[in-house]
Design a protein around this ligand. Sequence first.
Ligand code: IPD
Length: 316
Amino acid sequence: MFRFACLRLLPLEKASIRGSATHVDVDQCAVEVCRLVDRAAGHLRAASGKIRGFETKLNSKDLVTATDREIEELLIKGLRGRFPEHVYIGEEGTAGASTGRKLTEEPTWIVDPIDGTTNFVHGFHCSCISVGFWLNKQPELAICHNPTLELIFTARRNRGAYLNGESIRTSGQTELERSLIMQELNAENLERCEHRDILLANAVGMLLKAHALRTTGSAVMDMCLVAMGAADGYYEFYPHAWDLAAGALLVREAGGVVMDPAGGEFDIMSRRVLAAATPELGSQMVRLLGDRQIYHHRDDEPPGNPTPNSSRIRCV
Ligand code: IPD
């Protein structure tokens, strides 16, 4: 199944793309990332249900395990060995990957070794290895592998999105009233009183308007659900570039739209995302959110800068 799924990343003819500084063979990138994600998935599968413990990062609910670090190291070291001149951004910052830097035109691998670490710790099977390859500031390749549920999502720019080798499309839903929406109830947003009211008001707004609201605990899983038509929309104010790098391409290649929750262009470093089956649904979601927006510290800003509008959000 893995081989078949990953073949979808390879076009029939050879694709070589001229990047700003280097000539990039995207086929070679696809072959290498498939090989490494396959190994990483074996590791994640073997570790599932046998967690030896975890550490916390920014707060008591921001979890990381040895498996996150091992998988990231496997992926980054493996890719870097093959493509030493490429740029690497990774959630855990292992093997020299950067956790915060500007996205450039350079070939850039953006890696989340386990998206849904809390799920992984609890044995809730929504944990995915997520890798996006970006070039000239646009996504070229996406792979999201959930080994316990045996789901392998792949996408290549202009060549469609696939689940286990089969083509997928978004639901085509245009009405919020008939939609199932994904929203993450991220603990950090809930703990910060200035964000909590916005988060909950948006959730209630969506619940009242849409058919249903769901949460998986994995941003990339949410986007995969939109891409395969099992959910119609997803939005979140919090995710990092590594949570979004693969999912954004998967949704777009499946015929959906990815944008800023206030309606502008999607910016992978902004920690803000809205994905929808259709532009019509995206606009309705944007309208419903209105000015109930949250801005976190951007991924490409040096630590310590205040978030742009945190001072104008008041606690109640
Ligand atoms: C998190 C998950 C979660 C989302 C957060 C992400 P992690 O990623 O995707 O669902 O709400 O925005 O940071 O920490 O499990 O890799």
